[in-house]
Design a protein. Structure first.
Lengths: 295, 478
């Protein structure tokens, strides 16, 4: 009976258009097939509107970013994407201070309906051995996930489930700048955000760049835009030189927005490292212009 | 080792199999086995405190024999006081010493005298309040001639340390439990199944109700200064559910576990939130403790069959001592005193034994009068729980002040995330509790295989889906 309940919830999550499941479902159904892919973490997920890129470049675009995930998971998603979808012509990779950091946690609920897929199981098992058996004990993969379970049931009757779906993998934020939070953030991080480089992730990243070169995928690095005050307290030299060297070595387009005027205006940000919807619109248009002008 | 842990999930079946297949052949071997595994169970938490249980058991075993064998009342009394002194001394040293010292220093500072309090850097041994009360009841019962002292030290030691109820009760009387160590037990499927049903129900109350309520309760009580009145009301109500789910859940698991080994423990809770007045509440809440205080403190003081002034005094004594039993903090004392204030009007009007039956007996729903009485009693209980949960008395007053401000915004609770638990799980549980107010839930479930199947699957499913970060049992700290 518990197996049956699990199968019903899985079925619902495999057909929903809601949240990350909607993305993964399209990906596994081979329905994305974009010519331009946007990759990154939250700094891509909430900041680059694929519709603006699509209209500006005239190429079907999809935001494949993984909110809150480091590069190894972003790369995993790309590899899964390439198994079921056609190869893109261009990848816009947003890099931020956490891109090269090692993964300590990931958003597990998005993988619940796909734990029968070998690649998914292997990927997650590398971080938590429980994922090797989680799919076999009934309902265990829904442990503490009552809302996800309910969403699975509701999605059988309503494609969007409880929650709405993302716009081509993009979720703009309407939030406004919060000065109190920013002051608190500066107190907690007097030297700015911690920039870490993991050798394992750096190797993955280099492989990814080589893959793009070999397969004639036009790769674009976008250094994440941040509120200007962060640059005054943070040492971004290692961050900048890593991506600058890599882009020179592999002839990758490499754009930095820290000289743009919008990074001085709080009205475009909701926190020091993320643009709100208005800022994201400007940023997305700037990306189009830079890519066009560069060519 | 706690009941909702993987260790216990492995420990229990192993012990169960060894008990019935190997050690149950002789009473002596079985009791030795139960004693050893009980000490392992307790030592899993901190083996250093095993010495305290052994010491308390030795003193009471010996005192029991000497009380019974002595003919002079004076000597009997001396041995009784030795037993009480040792047990209360252990409690005083480990639980109350620091409280008394710091309170004394604070009191002196009010008089303008500065004193650095001498405090002990000791942790509170788990279960000390429970097993010391259990052993004291043995000595008192022997002294009163209500119980013959046991000559079997192993049975007595096993009775004191019986692992299902060692760390958080029920506080068993020797009259009920000790004789069960002297008879051979035969495995009964019915008793085993009843035990498993209780364990499952207890785990559900702990894992689903208490642990999920704890998330909201911690958030609201930690931020009570910025929470709205609506949230503060919710916090108090959810704490009432949390502490009930936590403690009655523990008791059910303990009683169910004991049943698996052929032992019957006393009922500790009878749906206390379906009480029509505070007296009924106390007949249904933590029954093993409230009857302990009734039999060993309240009645010896004269109970209610004394002058009005004395009856008021006795009522305050029993409730304040009961509050103080929970912990060395003024919050528990105020909680106890508040319950005494709730109780007094009933006592003085001779209405404290009005509601001896169960509410809406033989009916599906209560009538309007009963509904009002239930709501009022629950509201009063929730107000008292605020003192029980708050860090200190001034925080409790601050919390209660905010509660009556009348603000209704949500700053601590995400309604979207909470709707499934607050809007579905809690109401379903309350319905099950309502069905169980006559102890009829299990017989209702047993009526058909379909109802039984749905009920078990539902409980297991909820325990998985609503699983949250495990929280330790609240009563372990007492």
């Amino acid at each position: 009976m518990l197996h049956l309940l699990q199968a019903v919830a899985d079925y619902g999550l495999r057909r929903t258009t809601a949240l990350e499941w909607g993305d993964w479902n399209k990906l596994y159904a081979g329905e994305i097939n974009a010519e331009v892919l946007i990759m990154g973490s939250s700094t891509a997920f909430v900041q680059i509107d694929p519709t603006i890129i699509e209209e500006g470049l005239g190429m079907p675009t999809y935001n494949l970013a993984m909110n809150g995930h480091r590069f190894d998971f972003q790369y995993f998603k790309l590899k899964e994407y390439l198994k079921y979808n056609q190869r893109p012509k261009m990848i816009i990779q947003v890099v931020d201070y956490a891109t090269m950091d090692s993964t300590e946690s990931f958003f597990a609920p998005q993988f619940i309906p796909y734990l029968d897929k070998r690649a998914v199981k292997e990927k997650l098992s590398a971080y938590d051995k429980d994922y090797q058996w989680l799919n076999f004990i009934p309902l265990m993969k829904y442990k503490g996930r009552s809302r996800e379970f309910l969403n699975g049931f509701i999605s059988i009757f309503n494609d969007n489930g409880i929650w709405g779906s993302y716009k081509k993998g993009y979720l703009p934020r309407e939030n406004k700048w919060n000065e109190i939070e920013f002051t608190k953030y500066l107190e907690q991080n007097p030297n700015g955000p911690p920039i870490k480089f993991s050798k394992y992730i750096m190797n993955d990243f280099t492989r990814f760049v080589r893959y793009c070169n070999t397969n004639e995928i036009d790769l674009v690095f976008i250094k994440f835009p941040r509120y200007h005050q962060l640059d005054e307290i943070t040492d971004f030299s290692q961050f900048n030189s890593f991506y600058d060297q890599l882009s020179t070595m592999h002839t990758v387009k490499n754009f930095d927005f820290q000289s743009q005027s919008f990074i001085y205006k709080k009205k475009y940000f909701y926190n020091s490292t993320h643009l709100n919807k208005t800022g994201a619109n400007i940023f997305s248009k700037e990306i189009v212009d830079l890519i066009k002008n560069h060519d | 080792m706690i009941f909702n842990s993987l260790e216990f999930a492995i420990f229990l079946p192993l012990v169960f199999l060894a008990y019935w297949f190997i050690f149950n052949r002789s009473i002596q071997a079985r009791n030795v086995f139960l004693l050893v595994i009980s000490y392992i169970f307790y030592g899993w938490w901190d083996w250093r405190f095993l010495g305290l249980i052994v010491f308390s058991s030795v003193v009471d075993y010996w005192a029991g024999i000497r009380i019974a064998s002595t003919t002079t009342l004076k000597t009997k009394k001396a041995f009784l006081w030795l037993s009480l002194g040792v047990n209360l001394g252990l409690l005083g040293l480990f639980k109350y010493f620091n409280f008394f010292m710091t309170s004394l220093a604070e009191g002196l500072s009010q008089l303008g005298i500065h004193a650095d309090p001498f405090t002990l850097n000791v942790i509170l041994p788990v279960g000390i309040s429970f097993y010391t009360f259990q052993t004291m009841s043995y000595s008192i019962d022997v002294y009163r001639g209500q119980l013959a002292p046991t000559k079997d030290p192993i049975a007595f030691f096993a009775y004191v340390s019986f692992f299902p109820q060692l760390v958080a009760g029920p506080i068993e009387r020797a009259v009920n439990l000790l004789p069960q160590f002297a008879v051979k037990h035969r495995f009964s499927y019915e008793q085993g199944a009843a035990g498993m049903r209780l364990i499952l129900w207890g785990l559900f109350k702990k894992v689903v109700i208490a642990d999920n309520c704890a998330i909201y309760v911690n958030q609201i009580f930690d931020n009570y200064q910025t929470a709205s009145s609506l949230e503060l009301i919710l916090g108090a109500v959810l704490f009432a559910f949390q502490i009930y789910g936590d403690f009655s859940g523990y008791s059910d698991i303990a009683i169910g576990t004991a049943k698996l080994f052929g032992f019957d423990l006393m009922v500790n809770f009878r749906t206390p939130y379906f009480s029509r007045d505070i007296a009924e509440f106390w007949r249904r809440w933590h029954i093993s403790l409230s009857t302990w205080f009734r039999d060993y403190v309240y009645i010896p003081l004269g109970g209610s069959r004394v002058s009005k002034g004395r009856a008021i005094f006795n009522t305050f004594v029993i409730f304040i001592v009961s509050g103080f039993w929970h912990g060395a903090n003024w919050t528990f004392i105020v909680w106890g005193a508040l319950n005494a204030i709730y109780f007094l009007p009933l006592l003085l009007r001779g209405k404290n034994r009005n509601n001896l039956d169960t509410v809406a007996e033989g009916k599906y729903l209560p009538n309007l009068k009963e509904l009002f009485q239930l709501s009022l009693t629950f509201a009063l209980t929730c107000i008292a729980w605020v003192f029980f949960r708050a860090e200190n008395v001034s925080a409790a007053w601050g919390y209660l002040g905010g509660l009556f401000e009348g603000t209704v915004y949500l700053s601590q609770i995400n309604l979207g995330r909470s709707i499934l638990f607050l809007g579905f799980m809690l109401p379903v549980w309350m319905v099950l509790e309502w069905i169980n107010r006559n102890d009829t839930l299990f017989s209702w479930v047993q009526q058909s295989i379909i109802v039984r199947g749905v009920y078990y699957i539902f409980l297991i499913m909820c325990m998985i889906l609503f699983y949250s970060k495990p929280v330790g049992f609240i009563y372990f700290q007492f």
